[in-house]
Ligand binder design. Structure first.
Ligand code: UDP
Length: 235
């Protein structure tokens, strides 16, 4: 087992599956069973899930909503996804705790660092919903910040692309994938890994990031077993 404590970042968009909005039950179940397989190994798992399948703050202007209000809507969207994932994990027999960056007392606990760590030590999967709780941030930034706070060894960024490429592989067929790259190289080559706030936090705190394809079954398990999957970004 390569990592004992991980922070898994899942995008909200990935939860849509082949749909154009919302939550795809098949994808949700696939994610839950992948998470279960690493949980069964004894890995301590914290999860941050995005909200792009429901609402993003940057879309707010298009529908005449103020940006800050839109960001709060986006945070609540992440909470809906987090609740869905929590339910799916529980159906797979995993104990979970949902902690929110915004107080939603009837639904989940507020984020308290020491409490989050205790949950992890007890083998509960901890899902961080509602982002950091502040507008103008993203769930990538939430993932970096919470990972540092709970002393995770790595941020695993599960996407639909299997790593960091020399160019956008969906636009440029000649693009090749890096297996290893440094934070500095990512800056110099202007590669798109996550937003700069999130990325810089990881670099400054020496927290490695692995970008990998979460939609390929067993990728998460292989990563934990130390196989080379996706792209590893280190100092
Ligand atoms: N958001 C925010 N503060 C946070 C985290 C998220 O304001 O700490 C809002 C922001 O509007 C963002 C939305 O929540 O657009 C959904 O998160 P994100 O876009 O990161 O989701 P993903 O792209 O991973 O699905």
């Amino acid at each position: 087992m390569k990592y004992k404590r991980i922070l898994l970042k899942l995008s909200g968009e990935a939860l849509m599956g082949d749909n154009s909005y919302g939550i795809d039950s098949k994808r949700l179940q696939e994610y839950a069973s992948q998470i279960k397989s690493v949980h069964d190994m004894g890995v301590e798992i914290a999860i941050v899930i995005g909200g792009g399948n429901i609402f993003r703050g940057v879309q707010a202007g298009k529908v005449g909503i103020d940006r800050v209000q839109g960001d709060y809507m986006g945070m609540l969207a992440t909470l809906i996804n987090a609740m869905a994932l929590q339910s799916s994990l529980e159906q797979n027999g995993i104990f979970t705790r949902l902690m929110s960056g915004i107080k939603v007392e009837s639904v989940c606990e507020p984020f308290i660092r020491r409490r989050a760590i205790r949950h992890l030590e007890k083998g509960r999967v901890v899902i961080f919903g509602a982002g950091i709780g502040n507008p103008y941030f993203t769930t990538d930034s939430t993932a970096s910040l919470r990972a540092i706070e709970i002393e995770a060894e790595v941020v695993l960024k599960g996407t639909r692309v299997d790593g960091v490429y020399t160019a956008d592989p969906e636009k440029d067929p000649t693009a090749t994938r890096y297996t290893n790259i440094t934070f500095q190289e990512v800056y110099e080559k202007n590669l798109n890994v996550m937003d700069m706030t999130a990325f810089t936090l990881c670099q400054e705190n020496n927290l490695p990031i692995i970008v990998f394809d979460m939609n390929k079954t067993d990728n998460l398990l292989d990563l934990i077993n130390g196989k080379e999957v996706g792209t590893l970004i280190t100092s």
